[in-house]
Design a protein around this ligand. Structure first.
Ligand SMILES: NC(=O)C1=CN([C@@H]2O[C@H](COP(=O)(O)OP(=O)(O)OC[C@H]3O[C@@H](n4cnc5c(N)ncnc54)[C@H](OP(=O)(O)O)[C@@H]3O)[C@@H](O)[C@H]2O)C=CC1
Ligand SMILES: O=CC(=O)O
Length: 318
């Protein structure tokens, strides 16, 4: 039987599915480091999410054939080291698109309408009279949304924004995507034009060497003072210090963040002390249905990989 090493706790039925096809050990590297490396030395496949995997780890895994990431993002994988060793890496791009698009649409509305802040006010006994303009938010409908990274998720956000909220949607990618324009009515813009024209700026690129620090002081300087900034990609796509400064100096109005440079974010982080920042704990895909679908999708690919079949979602270069 092939051996699968899982460094996360899979749902019971997903574990049972993998066990029908392989010997599976579930070992948390932080909790049981020695056992993890012992199992890794025998593993044909590695299953989980978020563990940084590069040459340091791979040199302990002489039999490894498959790395199955239970996420769409794969910035935890050193793809050069992985492909040099002829290992197949897979991810779960197809099953999470709608859930992530829902999260980002919700985050946009919650930030614009100050919902978490006002929820806290009500629960803390601060609602003593009808609200005045100091607590008002800003409209989402009919505004302009600029999406940086119009991929699978970006396109679904664009559809919700255009059809649901009748927003004008602009997008920036390295390459123009005519089918997305047809599907959603979005229009292509260069990055600078998008930053200058959008009421809401949403980042949905992957984290790569090219996108690391893509949104910096200059980007915030280009945005409008009433602009709301939203990040669902990875924290490191944004220079967090520059975001803090832009919020402190009123260069932009507010931010909604599902991702941070360091996760979990430090409770004393300056962004968390700001009323105009909505902070989520990386919950883009965190529904029961979608997390289960991701776990099963990754398990199927893992099993296909160890059985010598081509998995459905091989990461480019993997
Ligand atoms: N917060 C959360 O819980 C979640 C976060 N994510 C994040 O969202 C990301 C996007 O996912 P998904 O939509 O499936 O990915 P896709 O690959 O479908 O889309 C990514 C888009 O980003 C664009 N892009 C890539 N590099 C650049 C660049 N340098 N400048 C501008 N645009 C760029 C690509 O277009 P082009 O190649 O033409 O530039 C592409 O259209 C994931 O990689 C992950 O980091 C995903 C799921 C959940
Ligand atoms: O961040 C989550 C992912 O699937 O990527």
């Amino acid at each position: 039987m092939p051996k699968i090493l899982s460094y996360v706790e899979p749902p019971e039925d997903v574990l049972a599915f993998m066990e029908d096809h392989a010997e599976v050990s579930v070992v948390r590297p932080k909790k049981e480091e020695d056992r993890f490396y012992e199992e890794l030395s025998k593993a044909d496949a590695l299953y989980g999410a978020g563990l940084p995997i590069g040459e340091d780890l791979l040199q302990h895994a002489p039999n490894l054939k498959v790395i199955s990431n239970v996420s769409v993002g794969y910035d935890n994988l050193d793809m050069e080291a992985i492909s040099k060793r002829g290992i197949t890496a897979t991810h779960t791009p197809a099953v999470l698109i709608d859930t992530m698009a829902d999260t980002m649409t919700g985050l946009m509305i919650a930030t614009a309408r100050r919902m978490p802040e006002l929820n806290n006010m009500v629960k803390n006994g601060g609602w003593k009279k009808p609200l005045t303009s100091e607590h008002f938010g800003t409209n989402v409908h009919h505004k302009t949304l600029g999406i940086i990274g119009m991929g699978r998720i970006g396109e679904e956000v664009a559809r919700r924004a255009a059809l649901g909220f009748r927003m004008e949607v602009m997008y920036y990618n390295r390459r123009r995507k005519p089918e997305a324009e047809t599907n959603t009515g979005a229009s292509y813009a260069e990055l600078e034009e998008l930053l200058q024209s959008s009421d809401f700026v949403m980042v949905l690129t992957p984290l790569t060497n090219e996108t690391r620090g893509l949104i910096d002081a200059q980007s915030f300087g280009s945005m409008q003072q009433h602009a709301v900034f939203l990040n669902g990609s990875r924290g490191k796509v944004v220079v967090e210090e520059d975001l803090i400064q832009a919020l402190e100096e009123g260069e932009i109005a507010a931010a909604g963040l599902d991702v941070f440079e360091q996760e979990p974010v430090d409770p004393n982080h300056p962004l968390l002390g700001m009323d105009n920042v909505v902070a989520l704990p990386h919950i883009g895909t965190a529904t029961h249905e979608t997390r289960h679908a991701m776990a099963m999708d990754a398990a199927r690919q893992c099993v296909n990989g160890v059985k010598g079949r081509t998995p459905e979602h091989v990461i480019p270069g993997g």
